[in-house]
Design a protein around this ligand. Sequence first.
Ligand code: PHE
Length: 372
Amino acid sequence: MGKKGGTAVEPRPFIGRVFLSAEKKEVNMIDIEIDLQKEQQAALESLERVESPEALDTWKQAHLGKSSLVMTTFGKMGSFSKVERPQVGRAVNQVKVALENAYALKEETIRRKALLSAMASEKLDVTLPGYPVQRGRMHPVNLLMREIYRIFGDMGFQVYRSPEVETDDMNFTYLNIPPYHPARDMWDTFYTEDEGVVLRTHTSPGQIRSMRDYYPNPVRVILPGACMRYEQQDQSHEIEFMQFELLVVDKGVTFANLKGTMDDFTKRMFGPGAHTRLRPSHFPFTEPSAELDMACIFCGGVGCGVCHGTGWIELGGCGMVHPRVLKYGGYDPEVYSGFAAGVGIDRTTLLRYHIDDIRYLRNNDIRFLEQF
Ligand code: PHE
């Protein structure tokens, strides 16, 4: 500071900056504090008049936003001296906290008001119908399966589950079909890469499993489930299909028991008018063996397309359990006897619901499945 043309140096104008003299400094501090006080008062007053969330936002911008007095004062902190800094800081902080608290209170009030008015204007009409729930339904094969369980449940049979992936021994050998025996050609089997493991071609292996499980008690079980055969698919052939097997083992079980049970089942399933016959046949695991036929329910036995003009529809195979199979199951054929039957559920489903192609059952077409 020197002399310039004899004029004394003008004191620098006040721009919020602190002057060196102790007196000036006092004045400046008071100025800032007064400004902040005024700002607080003005802000709180204008907050009183705020009614909407939008107005609240604008208020926040003005009084707590980047260019508000509070924030710009914070920004200038570095320009105050060491002595002033804490003092200014405290003052501006007090204002900031006061404004923030007032803001929070107001925000809550406005939020409640908005909620109450929404509740008043958008009343819930509980008489309006709800959105319909998309409900699934039972597959026709499962519907029939449950009906079959009920029928045999009434006759005292228990459901027995056995594996769909079987050993070659269970599927064939223990059913009196030794390896390399031509009788194996009756079943077009899926062999797996594991030696001796096959996809079961029928539910009959469950005979051995249930006998071994029940021995020495009497057996009266129904064995349901999927079977697989390597077949050319057409209207009445599928590579996967459902069967149920019946097995009864006890002392004194006769062919008459078999005949009565199968006839009773058919009547319960297709109505009291249904009648059956047993036609001599051959299965390696039953002796004697028979096919269970039902008089065609479409033509009454006269002959039509469904029964291929024969008047009869084949439901499944059956017979008296072969002594060798009883032995494989653990029962002494001199003491025990039994009957077994195997019925295809898919074909029964076709008959029951008048469906003309077995492939509908597994191609998952909603339009088809919705009908049941
Ligand atoms: N398992 C035979 C088949 O699927 C059916 C059958 C079962 C025959 C039980 C007799 C006794 O071909």
